[in-house]
Design a binder for this molecule. Structure first.
Ligand SMILES: Nc1ncnc2c1ncn2[C@@H]1O[C@H](COP(=O)(O)OP(=O)(O)OP(=O)(O)O)[C@@H](O)[C@H]1O
Ligand SMILES: [Mg+2]
Length: 285
């Protein structure tokens, strides 16, 4: 099972929307997929998928059971909270334990991909989740506003720091197609995400426009990739890009590992030969 975390330096940029739609696109491509909502304070996956009334968990042999939506196995921290309106006031260690529990005890069965929606920012909770989950890739979501772009820099540096490769930066709410003339309007500007990704030497996966279909799908509890909209088509290409980048990074890491293993074997061999020579010299004496 390969784990992909969806993160951002700033809240409200569309992480949960990207995470949910990434999971449904992977499932549509034939991969066995799970979606884990790790946001304790603001779990939004239940709302985005119409699961707001799911409460409690069907535990089998001490395992937490995910809810299946159109073939995607979904588990949200929200399912474990007492009610939709109860704010979480736990302190750090309790939260850490809760996160650990949900990450290790959910009964996912056999999965190809697990998409993990993270809380905003790069704080303690995000560090806890990343440490426990050890994801193979990170997707960073940003918006074109310059403040958000400063934050994405933080998110990229965080990924590098915790050793999770960035498989793609996505610029969300990037321009909008005019409903009247169909031409793009750059509401908050556009292109900053790509520039920043290039600057930081991480892959750019694509831009998603500001689109009322995306907003409405979220309100109606249905993934927008299931609609017949231009944004759904754009998103599929973004997912292809993410998968290609992930594969390229995996191959690169494999090569580095093989190179290191070869070097270490050669070193061992040289060391053995040296010791042998030394022994022979001593024997001769
Ligand atoms: N491209 C888009 N076009 C229109 N609306 C969008 C788009 N992307 C996201 N939204 C809407 O913006 C709101 C915030 O999105 P979302 O909940 O995915 O953000 P988030 O980064 O997960 O937020 P948080 O930091 O609170 O977890 C939602 O109402 C969502 O439907
Ligand atoms: Mg969210």
């Amino acid at each position: 099972m390969k784990k992909i975390v969806v993160m951002s330096g700033k809240g409200g940029v569309g992480k949960s929307t990207v995470a949910a739609n990434l999971a449904f696109t992977l499932s549509k491509k034939g991969y066995r997929t799970g979606l884990l909502d790790c946001d304790i304070h603001g779990p939004s996956i239940p709302k985005l998928l119409g699961l707001e009334d799911v409460r409690g968990v069907d535990s089998k042999e001490g395992k937490l059971k995910p809810v299946e939506v159109d073939g995607v196995k979904v588990f949200s921290m929200g399912f474990m909270l007492p009610s939709r309106d109860t704010p979480v006031v736990w302190r750090g260690p309790v939260k850490h334990k809760f996160i650990q529990e949900a990450l290790q005890n959910v009964d996912w069965g056999e999965l190809d991909y697990l998409v993990i929606d993270l809380p905003p920012g790069t704080g303690d909770e995000v560090i806890s989740i990343v440490q426990v989950a050890k994801p193979e890739g990170a997707v960073i979501v940003t918006t074109p506003q310059s403040v958000a772009l400063e934050d994405v820099r933080k998110a990229v540096n965080f990924s590098i720091h915790v050793g999770v490769p960035v498989i793609g930066v996505i610029e969300n709410m990037s321009g909008m197609l005019c409903p009247h003339c169909g031409k793009p309007i750059e509401v908050f500007g556009a292109g900053g995400g790509k520039k920043l990704a290039e600057e930081m030497a991480v892959p750019f996966a694509g831009s998603i426009p500001l689109d009322t279909t995306i907003f409405r799908s979220g309100e109606d509890g249905k993934p927008f990739v299931r609609t017949d909209s231009p944004s759904a088509e754009i998103f599929e290409k973004i997912v292809d890009e993410l998968l290609e980048n992930m594969k390229a990074i995996e191959e690169e890491l494999k090569k580095i590992k093989e190179k290191l293993e070869k070097e270490s074997k050669e070193k061992e061999k040289a060391k053995g030969e040296k010791e042998e020579e030394k022994k022979e010299e001593e024997d001769e004496k």
